[in-house]
Design a protein around this ligand. Structure first.
Ligand SMILES: [Zn+2]
Length: 477
């Protein structure tokens, strides 16, 4: 390679890195504040969220500090702590898995697991998620007195605590009256207008003109159009309380007074959010360990465990190891979802499609033949835009395979994957999708409606969810 070629290729790399960083660090330039607000008010369904990936960075920091104070020697350096608590703009897949290793290393007590589960449920509720399927890998860590079973118990305890807190919050906060809602909305808009743009945080989105200046993306023009079409799209009440919940107090806050209750029975009971659990098999696990997880899932069905997920480092392990336990899970009546096509692995992806799971996650690296097989299968796909971008599974938001699959009518559902690690929310993913793919408000409503059908909830629960979603969407028109 000549010096000239080298400098030209370096320049290209630098340009690509700069573009990638722009796409990663400032996705909010793609959508307007109005669009994000409209998405925050949508009733939403989250079907692909990992418990440990959704942990608040501040919580990791606090747990770590607590354990340092207690004199515990932990294999986490200050630099590693920084990586967890600072939102990185360029996280490769390898870096993300290192982050998970850090989280894994410090979430070794039952109390920490319960706290994280509680906060994650509250955060989703504050983002107006009406149905959450949370997935987690039960861990056996004898050195910490933790068995897979005690791990599941700790998660359930945290979930139940969150639901109880949400129930109490909803019972003591009556729905705001129309006049009060109007005042809250006006006050919020005034406060926002008065803020310097640098302090507006997630709501500090660019004007359509600024969005249009984002280079190399067809979404720029779409953002301008989407912003104007959403400005008056949603007049659902309690906007202020939701904004407060999302932005004012570290993600806490209730789902707002205007949401009907969806959560009788099982894990809900008046909390405004129905929560189910999926137990994940980590790709590092052997057949025996995977089977143990399946048996536990069967045993915990009465507590809201509805299915099994296969996840973990996509470069590790072999499909033949997990196929028998997954078949046993299906035979036991559990639903199955698989992380598929995160890396190029045509043989494995083909085998996964042939297994016909109830849902698939990601499917970023499919060749045209596998893409055709996927479309023919009509298996619902969990798509996580920011996760796929930050882990470099897709080159940019507008080039995400969501566009093609959605246009082809393939069943898709927008999800966050790891909201804590990737610094996103489900509302934000909807806003990004609306802007990047130029989706009108009716298409967003349809995405929400359809996502109810892809849940692993019972038919009776789905019916309640359909009712709630329709009523909430009607309030948003
Ligand atoms: Zn995932």
């Amino acid at each position: 390679m000549t010096a000239n070629e080298s400098s030209s290729s370096e320049r290209q790399d630098r340009n690509q890195a700069a573009q990638r960083q722009l796409n990663c660090a400032q996705p909010q330039q793609l959508y307007s504040a109005e669009l994000l607000r409209a998405c925050q008010l949508l009733p939403k369904v989250e079907l692909h969220a990992h418990l440990n990936g959704c942990v608040r960075p501040q919580t990791i920091k606090e747990i770590l500090e607590e354990r340092f104070r207690a004199g515990e020697a932990l294999a986490v350096t200050e630099q590693q702590l920084k990586e967890v608590t600072v939102t990185a703009s360029d996280r490769s897949l390898g870096k993300c898995f290192r982050l998970f290793d850090i989280i894994h290393a410090i979430t070794t007590t039952h109390a920490a697991i319960s706290r994280i589960a509680c906060e994650v449920v509250r955060d989703f509720a504050a983002d107006r998620t009406v149905y959450l399927e949370l997935r987690t890998t039960p861990k056996s860590r004898p050195e910490y007195g933790m068995t897979k079973e005690s791990y599941i118990e700790a998660v359930l305890q945290g979930v139940e605590q969150a639901l109880e807190q949400l129930r109490q919050q909803r019972s003591t906060q009556p729905p705001p009256q129309p006049q009060q809602q109007q005042q809250e909305q006006e006050s919020m808009e005034k406060q926002e207008a008065a803020m310097p743009s640098a302090q507006k945080g997630a709501l500090a989105t660019a004007s359509p003109a600024e969005a249009a200046s984002v280079p190399g993306t067809s979404a720029a023009a779409a953002a301008a159009a989407a912003a104007s079409s959403y400005t008056s799209a949603c007049c659902c009440p309690s906007a202020a309380s939701i904004e407060e919940g999302l932005n004012g107090s570290g993600g806490e806050g209730g789902p707002g007074g205007c949401l009907p209750d969806v959560s009788e029975g099982q894990l809900g009971g008046g909390a405004g959010i129905l929560v189910k659990l999926l137990l994940s098999i980590d790709r590092r696990e052997d057949s025996r360990s995977a089977m143990e997880t399946v048996e536990l899932a069967t045993r915990y069905r009465h507590r809201g465990v509805v299915g099994i997920d296969l996840s973990g480092n996509p470069s590790v392990g072999s499909w033949e190891v997990w196929q028998p336990p997954l078949a046993a899970a299906r035979a036991a009546g559990l639903s199955i979802t698989l992380h598929a096509g995160e890396v190029v692995a045509p043989r494995e992806t083909a085998a996964m499609l042939a297994f016909r799971p109830d849902r698939l996650g990601h499917c970023c690296c499919l060749d045209s033949e596998l893409g055709e097989q996927l479309r023919a299968s009509a298996i619902p796909l969990e798509l996580c835009l920011t996760s796929n971008l930050l882990t470099e599974s897709v080159p940019s938001y507008p080039e995400h395979h969501f566009a093609e699959l959605h246009a082809a009518g393939h069943p898709v559902v927008l999800c966050t994957d790891d909201s804590g690690v990737f610094g996103t929310t489900l509302s934000r993913e909807y806003a990004i999708a609306a802007a990047a793919f130029n989706l009108p408000v009716a298409a967003l409503h349809q995405l929400v409606r359809k996502s109810v059908e892809y849940t692993f909830a019972s038919e009776e629960e789905k019916q309640r969810l359909r009712d709630v979603v329709e009523r909430a969407l009607a309030a948003c028109i």
